[in-house]
Design a binder for this molecule. Structure first.
Ligand code: PAP
Length: 331
């Protein structure tokens, strides 16, 4: 998740009167939606109002480039890592000699724009040479212009327990930095198990992309954080192939795949000056430290935070919800 935002935050839809009216009408519509804590319910999912306005605007206005590739995920499932890998893969041929990757000086979220925030409206300011757009929007609510296009999508998901724990730490950290009282782990867990979390229900988010990936396997690549961790080399090659920029034999012999893996590793990225001390959306009222996007980067940290009973409860929920789908998430 890009950030937890005050629900009253006003999205800047541009300076035109038309843009202002549009923002106002989305706000009016959102104010009529069911609401729990900071989340509003729309088309079967829970959203922070800020991103919901962006989504509604994107549904009305966004037109993808035919070459766009969408990096899709529910919050805290490996987005930052996937953004950095795909960015490094598709920009590698641009870099020659003394050039260095932007990933060394910009945090991955600042290298790949977020549909429901950065690109909520067209025309937009973006580096059109980088064909990457990210989104946490569930498959069923993606703008029709994306779904009906030939654009490819890469989806990443993760064990629900680890995703929940990662989300809880992230939101708690952001809320503390805004002098807000964070939800307790137990309260947040109860809500999560009832499907109430940013872009949740988590299982419906996963299932939407899973089913779409079965229907359109050439368009949607479905990955898990755990399998990426287990064999990163094979997955980086798979990503490049899927994105239409496979590594050449020469590149492989020169260690290009390993260079990308090492540049995008948790250790490398989390120790860069920009990610240790930089700020994300620094000039906005909802700025966050880049470091909040890099916590542990491990599989199974849930066990240090949830009781075995809580873990078993969420596993059972996931099993029931995914039953019959053919998908088995790591646990
Ligand atoms: P986002 O939805 O806010 O973009 P996202 O990147 O999907 O967050 O998830 C953050 C998780 O990815 C964190 O997991 P943790 O809380 O369990 O530690 C974060 O540490 C982890 N992460 C960030 N960068 C990397 C990376 N380069 N390699 C592996 N894991 C990473």
């Amino acid at each position: 998740m890009e950030s937890s935002l005050p629900s009253t935050q006003i999205l800047d839809f541009g300076e035109t009167a038309e843009g202002e009216n549009e923002a106002k009408s989305y706000k009016e519509m959102i104010s009529t939606f069911p609401r729990v804590r900071g989340w509003s319910y729309y088309e079967g999912f829970w959203y922070n109002s800020m991103f919901l306005e962006g989504l509604m605007s994107a549904q009305d206005n966004f037109i993808p480039q035919s070459t766009d590739i969408f990096i899709t995920s529910c919050p805290k499932t490996g987005t930052t890592w996937l953004k950095s890998l795909t960015f490094a893969i598709c920009t590698r041929t641009r870099l020659s000699g003394s050039s260095t990757s932007s990933l060394l000086t910009k945090m991955p979220h600042d290298c790949v724009p977020l549909l429901e925030y950065d690109l909520a409206q067209n025309p937009i300011k973006r580096d059109c040479a980088v064909p990457l757009v990210s989104t946490h929007v569930p498959y069923s609510s993606l703008p029709k212009s994306i779904v009906s296009s030939c654009c490819k999508m890469i989806y990443i998901c993760r064990d629900a327990k680890d995703a929940f724990v990662s989300l809880w730490y992230f939101v708690a950290e952001l809320e503390r930095s805004r002098n807000m009282e964070p939800l307790s782990l137990e309260e947040a867990f109860e809500l999560f198990c009832n499907g109430i979390s940013s872009y949740g229900p988590y299982w419906d988010h996963v299932l939407g992309y899973w089913r779409a990936s079965l229907e359109f396997p050439e368009k949607i690549l479905f990955l898990t954080y755990e399998e990426m961790k287990e064999d990163t080399t094979a997955h980086v090659k798979k990503l490049a192939e899927f994105m239409g920029c496979s590594f050449t034999l020469e590149e492989e012999e020169e260690g290009e795949v390993q260079k990308i893996i090492s540049m995008c590793s948790f250790e490398k990225l989390s120790n860069l000056e920009v990610n240790k001390n930089g700020k994300h959306r620094a000039d906005t009222s909802f700025a966050s430290k880049n470091s909040v996007f890099f916590r542990k980067g491990e599989i199974g940290d849930w066990a240090n935070n949830l009781t075995p009973e809580m873990g078993a409860r969420l596993d059972d929920i996931m099993e029931q919800k995914l039953k019959g789908s053919g998908l088995k998430l790591p646990r």
